[in-house]
Structure formats: C-alpha cells, structure tokens
Unconditional design. Structure first.
Lengths: 182, 84
C-alpha cells in the first residue's frame, strides 16, 4: 500500500512537471488562434491602407501635374483686347480655343472621353494625356467681375473623397492684374 | 572527455532554464517583442496614410486658392495700369 501511494505521488508530480495536459494545449491553441486572427486582420488592414495610400498619392501627383500643365497651357491663349472673347468652340467631348500664342489661326485643343483628357497645342500632335479619372468635363468660364476668362475643368477622381475638383485656368494675353481695376 | 564536458555543462546550469519551467515568461516576452514590432509597422503605415491624405487636402487647398485668384482677376489695359 505505501508503495502504491508513493507510485501515485511520483506519477502525479511527473505529470505536472513533465509537460502539458490536453486541456492546457487546447487553451494555448485557442489563445494563439485568437492572437493569430487579430494579427492577421491587423496586417490585412495595414496592407489595404498601404494600397489606398499609394493610390491616393499617385492620384494627387497626377492631378498636380495636370493642374500645372493646364494653367501653363491656358496662359498661352492670348485674346486681343478688342475681341469680345476667346471665341471657343465646344462640341461633345471636345473644345477648341483659338488665339494660341496670340495667333488667330493657332488653337488649343481639349478632348475628353472615357475619363481621359487630352490637351494639344497642335492638332496633329498627340499632346498630353491625363487620366484615367471617373469623369472629366471641360468648358470656358468668363464674365467674372473683373472680366477674367479661362478654362474650367471639372474632374471626379477615382481616389479621394468623391468631391469633384474644379480647376480654373485663366487665359493669358491681355494684362491680368489681380486687385487692380480701372 | 566528451562526457566530462557534458557533465560540466549540466553542472553549470546549461539547460536549467528549460528544465525549470520558464515557458510562460518566454512566451510572454516573445509576445511583447512581436507586438511592439507589429505596432511599429502599423504605426508607420498609418503615418504614411495620414501624410498622403494631408497631401491631398493641401493640394485641394492650393487649387481652391488658385481658382479664387483666377476668378477674381480683373482685366485692365496697359494704359490704365500706367502711373498717372
């Protein structure tokens, strides 16, 4: 009998010290599974955030390039002061603005379709193409309080908050002076 | 020679840590280190995302200011801008 008791106590001690029980292993597996799922979801969210951030940064860079190009190109249109306006011709998906470089026979061409905007200073040349965007709309604004006129480009970008971005690119030519009136 | 070296190693407590039952604290330390590394990685990603969003907002502010400037421009002729 004492030998049996000694055997039991030694077996109990060895079971506690020798390793883990099935229940302990299952609890450990449960904890590590929960931890793994949390880490996995955090990494997946981080990867999604990286994708969206890089897309947003690239879209912002494209928009910035296009905005600078539009302003620089629109400033090349120089309407003479005796003309009532630039005399732009707008059709479905295209806009032609004469008086490029102050020459009535030279024109600035804007074509937009399928979310892409093509800006050309010569009709035969490919020019610059921007996009793709969700939507592009072009026109001419004029009749402001100071008589300013220029290109009006409305863009709905794929990346961003969904608000349309309006770019007003004033024409050059006649001396535009901010804050000075007759 | 080999046995003597092994005995000496055991006497110095070479595997004592594994035999003494420190598994839980090992796991906890590993979890702490990995969670700090994960937080650092996710923090960097969040910071870069915030920078990208701020860049877009700054760009929209610049475009808005330039649009306001363009629409408020006044057309005047050279003769009118000359000093009298």
């Amino acid at each position: 009998m004492p030998a049996n008791s000694s055997y039991r106590s030694s077996r109990k001690r060895s079971r506690n010290e020798g390793g883990f029980s099935v229940l302990e292993l299952m609890v450990a597996l449960l904890l590590f599974s929960a931890l793994g799922i949390a880490v996995w979801s955090a990494l997946a969210g981080g990867q999604n955030l990286v994708r969206r951030s890089s897309s947003l940064a690239a879209g912002t860079a494209r928009l910035l390039q296009m905005e600078l190009y539009l302003r620089r190109t629109a400033a090349l249109v120089r309407t003479p002061f005796w003309a009532p306006g630039p005399g732009a011709e707008q059709a479905e998906g295209s806009l032609r603005v004469p008086w490029l470089d102050g020459q009535p026979e030279e024109s600035l061409y804007l074509d937009w379709r399928e979310g892409r905007l093509q800006v050309r200073t010569r009709k035969q040349e490919p020019g610059a193409v921007f996009g793709p965007f969700a939507s592009v709309e072009c026109g001419v604004y004029s009749g402001g309080p100071g008589g300013a006129a220029g290109l009006r480009v409305t863009i709905l970008a794929d990346t961003g908050d969904g608000q349309p971005l309006v770019i007003l690119a004033p024409f050059g030519g006649s001396p535009f002076a901010p804050g000075t009136g007759p | 020679m080999r046995r003597r070296r092994a005995n000496g190693f055991a006497r110095q407590g070479g595997f004592a840590r594994h035999e003494g039952g420190y598994a839980l604290i090992d796991v906890l330390v590993a979890l702490l280190i990995s969670s700090i590394a994960l937080l650092a990685v996710l923090g960097g990603i969040a910071l870069s995302a915030r920078t990208a969003r701020a860049t877009r907002q700054r760009f929209i502010q610049i475009v808005t200011a330039r649009n306001k400037d363009a629409s408020e421009q006044q057309l005047s002729f050279i003769q009118e801008t000359l000093p009298k």
